[in-house]
Design a protein around this ligand. Structure first.
Ligand code: GLV
Length: 370
């Protein structure tokens, strides 16, 4: 009897060209081709029906029941089309010995540049500026009315979370003559700091920056107290799953530590910021502004305190789009696009690449299970 045809279920269309790499292999690819994610019940049904691979996004909660159903059926891999995977129960995946993959690296620069653009947009008031033109409220040129923005160049940036994206933000900030404060709740990478320091010295020596720039590791409290901009790049971790969980890392107390003139930027995960506390801090002018791409509940509910019109001038809101750039999202090349890297995770597992050793497969996250 020949081998059964491989079956893949994708909870959304991650990109035709990438999915064609699976179809070319003669595999059956079933795509839930709707704007919104499939109901959980449908995911369970598909898993029970004997799919070999499940392609997911951060909108799908993949929990113990789904992994248990997968282990009882034929599920061999869950491939997440994102770098973050807080929607996937890692312990459950390990208990059922099902590998799951993610798409690191290929979205690093797209996400970092978006964070930087958000920072610029909120500080230089790009949105109210455009509204002024569009709504025909641009009556004259005036030196400071109706408002002024705050400069970015030469200011101090705090990067909280020194993974790939945090480091890429720093690399970009160097070109804006910024000083950098680094903080990571779990590790410190001093060789990176040395490399950036060298770059800063060269820029100063060659008169590309008018004064010597600085970069250093500091405590979270120091970073918050000293920065003009605070950019968050930590994964979301819940109490009980990490030594220093990042849930509500930016709570009322920490927001208060920031300068009144400082801005907060979040492209990590929504629950890292206590939104109620942030709305209060903005209303009370305890910080100058914020730019958010991620929210505690997505899409942002209509009754969110962040939607208050009074905050509109100082709060920029984006639809979890930091990695939403063409090649980054759709390229079928695993070295370029999330879609390509996602299907490569499926191919590695289903074709038993790397001698079938899941610990050697570059995009498998839960290597500890094998
Ligand atoms: C997006 O948020 C991702 O984790 O890739």
């Amino acid at each position: 009897m020949g081998e059964q045809r491989r079956r893949v279920f994708a909870t959304t269309d991650i990109g035709r060209e990438a999915l064609d790499r699976l179809r070319e292999r003669g595999w059956e690819v079933d795509v839930y081709d709707h704007l919104t994610p499939p109901p959980r019940k449908l995911i369970l049904e598909k898993v029970r029906s004997g799919i070999d691979a499940l392609i997911t996004t951060l909108r799908d909660g993949i929990d113990d029941e789904i992994f248990a159903a997968g282990a009882a059926a034929r599920l061999k891999v869950v491939a997440q089309d994102a770098v973050g995977f807080d929607n996937i129960d890692r312990d459950a995946a390990n208990r059922h010995r099902i590998p799951f993959t993610n798409t690191p690296e290929v979205l690093t620069d797209a996400t970092a540049e978006y964070a930087f653009f958000m920072l610029g947009a909120v500080a230089r008031k790009l949105y109210p500026a455009e509204v002024q033109v569009r709504e025909e409220k641009w009556s004259t040129w005036h030196p400071y009315l109706p408002w002024l923005g705050d400069e970015v160049s030469g200011r101090t940036l705090a990067v909280i979370g020194m993974g790939r994206i945090g480091k890429s933000v720093i690399n970009k900030a160097v070109g804006f003559d910024m000083d950098v404060l680094c903080h990571d709740p779990t590790y410190e990478e001093h060789s990176f700091i040395e490399a950036i320091r060298w770059l800063m010295e060269v820029r100063h020596r060659e008169r590309l920056c008018p004064r010597p720039q600085t970069i250093e590791y500091v405590s979270l409290a120091d970073a918050l107290r000293r920065a003009d901009f605070v950019s968050l790049h930590v994964p979301l971790t819940l109490p009980g799953t990490a030594e220093e969980p990042t849930l509500h890392l930016m709570n009322e107390e920490r927001l208060r530590m920031m300068k009144r003139s400082a801005y907060l930027v979040n492209t990590s995960r929504g629950p890292v910021v206590d939104e109620e506390a942030l709305a209060r801090a903005l209303h009370r002018d305890e910080i100058a502004g914020a730019a958010l791409d991620v929210f505690e509940t997505e899409p942002l509910p209509s009754d969110s305190p962040l939607r208050d019109e009074k905050l509109c001038g100082k709060l920029r809101l984006f639809p979890h789009a930091a990695s939403a750039a063409r090649a980054t999202r759709l390229s079928p090349d695993p070295n370029v696009g999330m879609a390509g890297r996602c299907v490569q995770g499926v191919i590695d597992v289903l074709e038993g690449r790397y001698g079938g050793d899941r610990r050697q497969m570059p995009f498998v996250v839960n290597k500890e299970a094998f």
